[in-house]
Ligand binder design. Structure first.
Ligand code: ADP
Length: 423
């Protein structure tokens, strides 16, 4: 059980790490794709700008004069002309970038190859900013005017964070969903541990209480016996009733304690290699005698061969008795059949009754400790819901299986399968 849980927890963590790695890889692919898309868009921007600045127009003429520091055409001072061309070029580039779907901050420098003149954008990045440059070589009017190569260099800052901001629609939900899974699993684990704690404490309490009940019950039994010796004849039936009830109480107490014992983690069954046939035969004979006085038909059929298994007789006998008891308890006019045989290396015991049957839904729950079917008819039958839980625990410790086939109103068949022992 503990091992299984650790395996599931390990699977969860491995899956979580795997999911995070895959998300990271997707993010990297997304970033590369965004970069590629950006470069394509920038290619379009470059050719748009180069084309726009190729011919002589108001903008190129203004830039040309500003660079040449020629104010013959304008009435303003040269720095006003330069300032104006700086802003106009900035607006022109912004417009080209935006129409191509790029809306990030940029700066530019317009300069000749030998840097003998240049024009800079009004805005500048800090020196330690992570900047990427994209040069556009201009053709036509401006290089012709200066008889030099003229380059317009566009600079973009922190492109990776820009791309990430574009991918935020994917990264943020992924991180949130992974976080959601973690929170849900932690909550489930916490609830699980809390419930396990409650179950353990409750079981311990019940076991302690039952154990404490043993002494007074024993004392009442002893006192009744002593009283019976000197009791008057009319008192004897009452004392007999007390003794009978004390006996019933003792059986119940023993049942609870046996199951508690079986559940404690340090309890290992003392399995021995035995032929179970004689024990089973004796058990059937005893049950047949016991029920002969009641209105119960009991038929048993044991295959004529050894049933060599590794078992602890005491618990296995209790198990079969519990199932036979149920078959009797939950049938109005019980006809009970017990069959034992070996098949495919398995020792199989089938106990069939003609009782009330169990619905499909209840079948899943009846092996739970303290669970009883909540129909009024069954409620009138005494029990604590411990029998089948005990049966399951014992059979599991014998490496076997318990199967129930049943139809409501028609009867049930409980099969126990235990592996046969082979040398
Ligand atoms: P108990 O008999 O003390 O209630 P069990 O663990 O033996 O506890 O059984 C659990 C429930 O399963 C019972 O309350 C009963 O409703 C149902 N059950 C068990 N065996 C049979 C059967 N042979 N036929 C019908 N119902 C059964």
């Amino acid at each position: 059980m503990l091992k299984k849980r650790n395996i599931y927890i390990a699977i969860f963590f491995v899956s979580l790490i795997g999911l995070a790695v895959i998300q990271y890889q997707y993010l990297r692919i997304g970033l590369n794709l965004a970069k590629l898309q950006f470069n394509t868009k920038l290619g379009n921007v470059s050719s748009d700008i180069a084309k726009g600045l190729e011919t002589e127009n108001q903008l190129t003429f203004l830039i040309g004069n500003a660079l040449k520091e020629d104010t013959s055409y304008f009435t303003n001072r040269i720095d006003s002309v330069q300032e104006a061309s700086r802003y106009f070029l900035n607006d022109y580039i912004t417009e080209k970038l935006v129409t191509n779907g790029i809306d990030t901050d940029f700066t530019y420098t317009l300069h000749s190859k030998d840097s003998s003149f240049y024009l800079q954008s009004p805005k500048r990045f800090e020196i330690n900013d992570n900047v990427e440059s994209y040069p556009i070589e201009l053709i036509g009017y401006l290089p012709r005017e200066f008889e030099k190569k003229v380059v317009l260099e566009l600079q973009f800052k922190n492109l990776n964070s820009f791309f990430l901001s574009k991918l935020n629609g994917l990264t943020l939900p992924s991180i949130l969903f992974i976080l959601g899974i973690c929170i849900a699993v932690i909550w489930v684990l916490r609830t699980y541990y809390w419930q396990r704690n409650v179950i353990t404490t409750t079981n311990e309490f019940i076991n302690n209480l039952t154990h404490e009940l043993k002494t007074p019950v024993f004392s009442i039994g002893l006192a009744t016996k002593i009283l019976e010796e000197s009791a008057l004849n009319e008192q004897k039936p009452i004392l007999g009733m007390i003794r009978q009830q004390v006996k019933r109480l003792t059986v119940h107490i023993d049942k609870v304690l046996e199951l508690g014992n079986l559940e404690s983690s340090n309890n290992v069954l003392k399995l021995e290699i035995i032929d179970f046939r004689p024990y089973l035969f004796k058990l059937c004979e005893e049950f047949a005698t016991l029920v002969a006085i009641e209105e119960v038909q009991f038929i048993y059929d044991l295959q004529q061969e050894n049933f060599r298994i590794k078992a602890e007789v005491f618990h296995l006998e209790n198990t079969i008795n519990n199932i036979l008891d149920n078959a009797k308890k939950y049938s109005a006019r019980p006809i009970i059949k017990l069959k034992a045989y070996s098949l495919n290396n398995q020792f199989i015991i089938e106990i069939i009754d003609n009782g009330k049957g169990i619905s499909e839904e209840e079948k899943k729950k009846i092996f739970l400790k303290y669970y009883r079917v909540t129909d009024t008819e069954v409620q009138s039958v005494k029990g604590y819901g411990l029998g089948l839980s005990y049966v399951k625990k014992v059979i599991e410790k014998h490496k076997g299986k318990v199967l129930i086939e049943s139809e409501k109103g028609k009867g049930s068949k409980v099969s126990l399968k235990i592996p046969l022992y082979n040398e």
